[in-house]
Write a protein that binds this ligand. Sequence first.
Ligand code: 5AD
Length: 439
Amino acid sequence: MNERDSEQVAQMLIARGHTITAEAEGADVVLLNTCSVRDLAEQKALGKMGMLRALSRNRPVIYGFLGCMAQSRGAALLREVPHLDLIVGTQKFHRVADYVDQAIERKWAARRDDIRFSVVDVEEEQDSQSTIRDHLLGDKQVTAFVSIMQGCNMHCTFCIVPYTRGHERSRPPAEIVKEVRALVARGVKEVTLLGQIVNLYGRHEFPSFDGKSPFVQLLDALQQTDGLERIRFTSPHPIGFRNDLIESFARLPKLVEHIHLPLQSGSNRVLKAMHRTYTAEKYISLVDRIRAVTPDVAITTDIIVGFPGESEQDYAKTRELVDRVGFDNAFVFKYSKRKGTPASQMEGQLPDSVKEERNQDLLELVNRWAKRRNEIFLGKTIEILCEGASKTNSDRLVGRTRGNKIVVFEGAREHTGNLLNVRIHRCTGYTLYGEPVSR
Ligand code: 5AD
């Protein structure tokens, strides 16, 4: 989602005649889009902004923090980072280009860097969810993110999102369909629909129809887009993952067989304290129902270890559930205390040593499953969408399967942007390796 928001800002700056530089050294304007989900991300952003200050030693430079951390800390950031010119929150990305131009004008006129006119804009804005809609596509770019909603009303007790992104607001389906059609006209073949709680898209704005939620109706509409090959979405909540959505995987050929389904914990006691409103049994039953309809589905997840009060038994339940489901992959996070969230006030906060131990232990289990789930493809031929040259070895190409597995293979550059079949001959837990075969 941050990548998507940054793309919107970059697109607007370019439309005004700015250029994007890959090297900070040459930049007149330095904007950092920030994540607040864990403290580590905030510390990284602060560290980076501190380092970048050196750029302004010999010339004026505009500095800005955008996004979640700007939203949650607001003007207080100026105390910590006095060289900031802009602090722009999550509902104001579309204003950044204006603020940059104003700041440039002022600073250049003043010819010195010590006059402070910092702009802080962290206001709410009606319909800001509809302002993330422009794209900056690279050469032969085949895959794009599309933001369909903002915010979240679930109030999981560990999570800062309701405070940084606000309450749930969805974009009208017609706007989204139009955006996707325009992307396809520019060569895009795969879209990933983004939302903090994407399966509950439109629940406050649009009615269900014919037993289908607004989200499933949107999937139906996108299925009709000629030239679009694949539809992904991230991230859903197990709550609200109903039969109409489960059946969509069998019904809609463009909807790929991958679901990122955040679990957070396998202990009912912890799930309750997290305010996740499902139980381990319900989660397993959901996975079983999904697999009954789509046996080849890849399921990935997010898990937090070391939530306040998580006992050894609680953690053992998480382990058990991970082993029962056999995830294709999982992000494991050490619980991070977020200011203003209910969990930050809970008793039983655990020392980092305990979190770290569980983190390592769970990663080991997750990685074992990832390898096992990838080995299924050895000797098989699967369809991939080729995204271009591999970042680590430009002689190779990289693509993704419908199940979102990364495939590295040798082949002609012309494959970029195409669907093709690849025969898999080797794998790790992260990557499949193969060679193209004729379709
Ligand atoms: N500490 C650790 N992990 C967190 N996440 C969200 N909030 C926290 C927190 N306070 C994780 C959840 C979520 C993912 C995006 O980040 O697992 O699904």
